[in-house]
Design a protein around this ligand. Sequence first.
Ligand code: HAM
Length: 480
Amino acid sequence: MDIKAPPGVFDILPKDPQEEWHNSHLWQFVERVMRNTAEQYGFQEIRTPIFERTELFQRGVGETSDIITKEMYTFIDKGERSLSLRPEGTAPVARAYIEHHLSHDSPVQKFYYIGPMFRYERAQAGRYRQHHQFGVEAIGNSSPEQDAELIDMLYTLYTRLGLKNLRVMVNSIGDAPCRIKYKEALKNYLKQYFDQLSEDSQKRFEKNPLRILDSKDPQDKEIVAKAPSILEFLSEDCKKHFEQLLLLLNSLEIPYEINDKIVRGLDYYNRTVYEVVAEELGAQNSIGGGGRYDGLIKELGGDDTPSTGFATGIERIIQAMLGQKAETPQSYHPTIFLIPLGDEAKIPCFQILNNLRINGIKAQMDFSGRKLGKIMNYANQLGSKFVVVIGDNELKTKQVELKNMETGEKILAPLFHLSRILRIEVEGEDFIRIWKEMNAPFEQPLEAEFFLKKLQQSIDSTKHLTEELQTAMKKMQDIL
Ligand code: HAM
């Protein structure tokens, strides 16, 4: 087939031999940690559509931002509406909050989302035309505590994913009046270097001079290094907000640095802004960022509602995890793979397969009927922990050999009660509980033997535990 995916997008596959970060089990792992962390911090999931009216982003993200001027996927639908694939998640969440009068339930709402975003950017490593974000929005709270909670949450998330050596850069860009004064001072300073600025920065000089501060152009960087700092232009209230935020971050020992050049590429921010950078990602090293956007909901037609949020790119997280050799979970593998030998075995084998799954065990069966060696290879490729062959003899004796594919060890087990053995041996379930659950006696001495062995092991370990408890008790009593 000639048709390939368009530039800047990619498939997430069970196993991609070329690009490890495309492997779906890594995505599932990262998303699981994100969901758990979000819920622990009190955020609930929101899912908004993939496309919205273009106007939402024009008004929300800002007419002068790169996202709106260059990067939106905009199209006219059959009803003559201008729609855009969402380039980011904050404006849609704000729209949903207003549209569904969510403030009526409680003015303070905490949302999280995981999903694809679309930006027509120059495709390169770490920068995609469809990328995926985990984002959170805390709506209705103006306190620095709320900003600090989010920075802590983002940092905790990265730590849980095993990421290290991240730079957390925080800044305050003040409110509109602070920025009016600052823009004047900045333009005054930049004026003398105007001819040396990059083309992009020259364009921004009138419309959005603050964006010149985070230009990636080396010469621009040199020029802005000596520019006046926005932190010198903060009002008393903005300054207090920023100082309290820093005290809160200090109290949790979050290793941040103040960087007065961080302004972020979206126009809705005020006061707190931050960005987290992972150096090994190269040119596209911003792994997450966010800030406060107190004016956005009013701008979109809602009440005056202070809000703050962040988003982090899942592609870049997984790439950084692999780059840093962070611990990642294993991909899917079946606990047991059943191989029927001959037609007679197919139906009983199919029933055993079903029973194993009812008991929560990851089981697969060969449906191909190929040669035994080939099936064994396939089961091995899948990473099956145990393989069982079921033929006439096994059906007659009602016993099978569970072959451990890692050690080669074989366990003799009752054919129709494989699940009990696996629940204890592989899933680590309590054998006494399983024994109590059994409403039929052991069918075969074989199974009774297995349980008796477990019982003996348990009695032995209880003796050891009693000794440990007595030693601990003595130590505690000595302190009293
Ligand atoms: P953003 O900084 O534009 O913020 O994007 C957040 C994260 O998405 C970035 O730090 C980066 O990891 C990832 N990202 C962005 N563009 C791409 C791309 N083309 N390819 C790969 N990854 C990318 C926002 O979108 C704001 N809505 C964040 C926010 C939420 N602020 C307040 N609430």
